[in-house]
Design a binder for this molecule. Structure first.
Ligand code: HEM
Length: 201
């Protein structure tokens, strides 16, 4: 993720980028601390977190009001791919974890989707590392695969629509809180995924 600017950016997507800069740095460090690319077992715990996160967001990706804003939204969800990855990795689908997002406002929902979509950018780096474990976008690391039409283009289209939306100040503030909350939730799910592993060991 790029450097945090010192002034409040004009574009909504840049503001969201700005407020999530520190949480992203922290999450990146937490991911790396678990060395997900040292073994398939460790990578599977990372995929458990991804699966839980994507599953919790499925209701947003299929929400008619959000689809009226982002017509291709449903096809952007990666819960199915993450579930198939777990099967490839001989890992059972995890049970839901209490505390999932529920009935967010439009503003909040936009912040969460921003984070989920943004995570596809870092995925370009992660899938290269996953290849060293013999995994690919057709086996074990499907959810990190390049989206149809390309990663950069998909992100550009998403942020163009997001930035053009007319929102109230309160909705914008809710989007920023939503984006930060999404990072907190992923962090919690990641800790849960690796703690479960420790409990099984
Ligand atoms: C759940 C959410 C997210 C997770 C788990 C996540 C995870 C990661 C990780 C682990 C890396 C490091 C890859 C490496 O260096 O090998 C990374 C890099 C990156 N992420 Fe994220 N990320 C998330 C959300 C986002 C969002 C919201 C954005 C943009 C708005 C973003 C943009 C990037 C970019 C551009 C990189 C490339 C390296 C860099 O410039 O630091 N990520 N991400």
């Amino acid at each position: 993720m790029s450097q945090a600017p010192t002034e409040r950016p004009a574009l909504r997507s840049q503001r969201l980028n700005h407020v999530t800069h520190a949480p992203h740095t922290d999450l990146d460090a937490l991911v790396k601390s678990h060395a997900p690319f040292d073994s398939r077992d460790s990578f599977a715990r990372f995929v458990v977190a991804q699966y839980l996160f994507q599953s919790e967001l499925q209701a947003l990706y299929t929400d008619p009001a959000l689809i009226s804003i982002f017509p291709d939204l449903a096809s952007r969800c990666r819960a199915t791919q993450a579930g198939l990855d777990l099967a490839d990795l001989d890992t059972a689908l995890p049970a839901p974890v209490a505390g999932a997002l529920s009935a967010p406002t439009l503003g909040q929902a936009l912040g969460w989707i921003f984070v989920s979509e943004g995570s596809k950018l870092g995925a370009a780096f992660l899938i290269k590392r996953a290849q060293a474990l013999g995994l690919s976008e057709t086996f074990g690391a499907r959810h990190l695969g390049e989206p149809a039409g390309g990663r950069a283009e998909g992100w550009k289209q998403f942020t163009r629509t997001l930035d053009a939306l007319q929102l109230s100040e309160e909705q914008d503030a809710a989007a920023e809180r939503g984006a930060v909350a999404a990072f907190e939730r992923f962090t919690e799910l990641l800790r849960h995924a690796y703690a479960t592993d420790a409990a099984l060991a």
